[in-house]
Design a protein around this ligand. Sequence first.
Ligand SMILES: Nc1ncnc2c1ncn2[C@@H]1O[C@H](COP(=O)(O)OP(=O)(O)OP(=O)(O)O)[C@@H](O)[C@H]1O
Ligand SMILES: [Mg+2]
Length: 359
Amino acid sequence: MPIIEAKGLARTFRSRKRTVQAVRGVDLRVEEGEIVGFLGPNGAGKTTTLRMLTTLLEPTAGSATVAGADLLADPVGVRRRIGYVPQAIGQTMGGTDPACLVGEELADQAALYGLDRADAARRARSLIGQLDLGGLDRRLVKTLSGGQRRRLEIALGLVHEPPLVFLDEPTTGLDPQSRSNLWDHIRRLRSEVGTTVFLTTHYLEEADALCDRVFIIDHGVIVAEGTPDELKRRISGDVVTLQVNGARERARELLAGQELVEGVGLSEDGALRLNVYHGAEALPALLRVLDDAGVTMHSINLSRPTLDDVFLTMTGRSLRDDSASTLRGPGAAGSTGSGDSTGSGAGAAREARRGQGDS
Ligand SMILES: Nc1ncnc2c1ncn2[C@@H]1O[C@H](COP(=O)(O)OP(=O)(O)OP(=O)(O)O)[C@@H](O)[C@H]1O
Ligand SMILES: [Mg+2]
């Protein structure tokens, strides 16, 4: 039986001024023990979907079973069996209390889930080790660096050893070393305890390296689904990117007429982007055609398709441009923090106890 099965999940936000259809009928199926990535640009509906699946936001339509409990009929059952680490933006900034000690936060969270003292201490020790938080347990949360705080938030989401965890952009703000440690930790969770992980990310490499399966969401709709390899195989051939000096339209016409060229597009930096069968073999002929026509160029690149090429093919836009420009913080452009009362880690459990934390 799948650990997450959602049908037609949708959420519309209405205010007097406007209506936002944040998620428009999403179907999801996640099997136990999978690491699944939810990939999409800013505002695509990732957090909204996660908040629905974690019972923090009521869907306007659709239904789901999460960790064996019905989302609408038994939200408490869902909450008991999941962990949730919210995106580090919005009012709760990931959910930690700045005035608490790190050790207290972990103990409080464990207590909220009903772990006894000995179990709580054992779990806290193990998470402190695994998430490189050693030596920080007597520190105030507000004195942690951004990355340390993020790792604490992740520890809070895992303290009760849930069989299913939702991580909303877990690695945003982490340095490369911490990011790769977290990937290892997530892999170990799955291999050692069988935890199912559902995470959102902007980072294509992350989805590619870590996830068994990926859902790509855009404008509230799932536009592609599959293993990273399956998705990439849907893009036929290799990708050749070339920058010509002027005469771009002429070059485009010439290249589009070549036998092994499947399609020619334009990337946002003005380069020509070709899908080419057997790219390496086709390249000399393509260069000759341009040379014969007197078109010069200043760069050329041959690569295997990436998840970004999948996104580009599906939507006509690049996900990479979006992720590159994503600088987060409360109120940062493109953040979705406005009016968002997302709870989490300790925050989520507190919010959950208060009842449905709708916004
Ligand atoms: N509480 C809210 N009230 C009104 N609109 C909202 C609310 N929360 C989200 N939205 C809108 O819903 C859409 C989807 O937002 P969501 O936070 O799900 O995106 P996301 O994919 O998580 O983006 P990001 O990568 O920036 O985190 C956006 O247009 C956002 O502005
Ligand atoms: Mg989000």
